[in-house]
Design a binder for this molecule. Sequence first.
Ligand SMILES: [Zn+2]
Length: 106
Amino acid sequence: MKKDIHPEYHTDTAVTCACGNKFTTGSTLKAIRVELCGNCHPFYTGKQKFVDTARRVEKFQERTVKKAAIAAGRKGKKVKKEAAAKKKAAAKTEKKTAKKADKTKA
Ligand SMILES: [Zn+2]
């Protein structure tokens, strides 16, 4: 190796994960902080996990909840059509009963 061009190599670099797992490895850095390790990565645990930065996942979930609430309040075309048909039918029967009442009066 050429002298004075290589960084110092540490054989006992401490790696700290966000989940609390710690282990040592070799690196030019003295300490490494990671968000995921083999202990907590979804691929190895088999559990779903969100690695959320800047609250993106939370924001998205809030939005979907809001949308669902709005959608639940809305009525579909079919429901609206049925309601309109019922109204029409009710108006027709009302007219008929009114006519009958007129006939009985006369
Ligand atoms: Zn971890």
